[in-house]
Ligand binder design. Structure first.
Ligand code: ATP
Ligand code: MG
Length: 439
């Protein structure tokens, strides 16, 4: 009887080399950008105590109520696979006391876990880049953080719209909550089932419900920004002036409330309609109360997270996705006796950072097929002739180029033979520069 093959957990993806090229390219670009803004990478555990997320994100949020991967470990401690990175980052900064009188800026990149219904752009293991800036309360920091988010999307070649809103102070938000409830209660019957049940607990969530009937009701609801405390109103006005000064277009979305409890004042999202229902690529906001809520000293903070799968999906749609680099050279051995010489040659060339794919021993015909499939720019074969001193012939696979040299000469590098390297060769800059100089 055939053995049943096992499958990955639903909503958790395997990523193969052809796709990883796009990931690595994106990750490299992102790291370079983060340096421009003086963010340092922090590497955090994937597992945290369940209590951390319950306290940070809030008990009545979708994430904590429905989406967490929570289990008891062998000691019976309740642990949770991180559904987002802010809680762990704040926990780490408090635990290691890195915020005292300092203004650290951290970023992290890696997997997050949420038990959601998998669909395009929504997975159970997905990846985020998150950034967190601590210790600065002014709207200037909000503007700078948003400028970084704008630059990330621009660099990725992704078009999206910036939406902003202000949630005000906790007190203003609590007062607004009552006002909103008074508006929603007479309309409760017209809301979707989800909203009917969460309305009393978390009425702000009704504002960003995606069901059309709820959106209609939300559109006519009182606006949060009309009921802000004076300090938050000034903060929001200052942010808008700065965004205008920086030339970053935005729209104020009165329904933007974000699904996590820890936000106050500025919240923002970059949204696109190119991804169907999963339109938010990047989202964040200010969370001045979280550090003290988790046991640290009062410390203002702001951050955002960008979904890497959604960023890559947009890059693919917009033709910006990087493809896998091909090897520079295919080395084939024609028989058992040539194997050692062919492999030694390949190792010598790798010493010089030439990327080599090797195959054999095999017949001429099958080596030709393998060489073509490898998509290497050049190819060469080693057989009995080369062992007896006949020249090694290097050919371009998709062109007319043809060079030759003794086995020893080829071993010392392709440049010395005058090989004309492809302009966008998958080998290092170092080799490319040397080859150009020789011409
Ligand atoms: P959504 O409204 O799409 O559920 P969210 O508000 O839950 O998003 P955040 O917690 O703010 O999302 O996470 C920030 C970003 O992470 C999102 O804008 C999105 O790009 C990405 N993201 C969130 N959940 C998922 C998921 N399940 N699969 C893939 N990407 C996700
Ligand atoms: Mg969500």
């Amino acid at each position: 009887m055939a053995v049943k093959a096992l499958q990955a957990v639903r909503g958790m993806n395997d990523i193969f080399p052809s796709e990883v090229a796009g990931w690595q390219n994106l990750e490299t670009d992102l790291r370079a950008l983060l340096k421009l803004y003086d963010y340092g990478e922090i590497r955090l555990p994937l597992l945290e105590s369940t209590e951390l997320f319950a306290r940070a994100i809030g008990d009545v949020t979708d994430i904590v109520q429905k989406e967490m991967y929570t289990f008891a470990d062998r000691n019976g401690d309740s642990l949770t696979l991180r559904p987002e990175g802010t809680a762990g980052c704040v926990r780490a900064a408090i635990q290691h006391q890195t915020m005292r009188g300092q203004t650290p800026r951290y970023y992290y990149m890696g997997p997050m876990f949420r038990h959601e219904r998998p669909q395009k752009g929504r997975y159970r293991q997905f990846h985020q880049l998150g950034v967190e800036a601590f210790g600065q309360a002014g709207a200037g920091t909000d503007a700078e953080v948003i400028a970084l988010s704008a630059r990330i999307l621009k660099q990725a070649g992704v078009q999206a719209t910036l939406q902003i809103n202000s949630l005000g102070s906790p007190a203003a938000r609590a007062a607004y909550r009552e006002r909103l409830l008074a508006y929603l209660r007479p309309r409760q019957a017209a809301l979707c089932e989800d909203c009917q049940t969460r309305m009393e607990r978390n009425p702000l969530r009704v504002l960003d419900c995606k069901v059309p009937g709820c959106q209609e009701i939300a559109a006519a609801a009182p606006h949060l920004v009309d009921h802000l405390d004076p300090e938050s109103a000034a903060h929001f006005a200052c942010l808008q002036d700065l965004l205008t000064a920086l030339g970053i277009p935005y729209v104020v979305n009165h329904s933007l409330v974000r699904g996590l409890d820890y936000y106050n004042r500025t919240v923002f999202e970059w949204v696109t309609d190119a991804l169907g229902a999963q339109g938010t690529v990047l989202a964040g906001g200010r969370y001045d109360g979280l550090v003290s809520q988790l046991g640290g000293q009062e410390t203002p903070a702001i951050g955002f997270a960008v979904g890497l799968e959604r960023l890559l999906a947009l890059q693919e749609i917009q033709g910006q996705l990087a493809t896998a680099a091909q090897p520079l050279l295919f080395v084939g051995a024609l028989d058992d006796n040539s194997l050692a010489a062919a492999w030694k040659l390949a190792e010598h060339l790798r010493d010089q950072t030439v990327s080599v794919v090797s195959a054999g021993p095999a017949t001429f015909k099958s080596l030709m097929k393998l060489a073509e499939r490898s998509k290497a720019h050049f190819q060469l074969l080693i057989g009995a002739g080369q062992l007896q001193g006949e020249p090694v012939i290097i050919k371009e696979q998709d062109g007319e180029g043809r060079w030759e040299g003794s086995l020893d000469a080829v071993s010392t590098g392709l440049q010395s033979l005058g090989v004309d390297f492809p302009r966008h060769a998958p080998h290092t800059e170092h080799n490319f520069a040397t080859a150009r100089r020789l011409k």
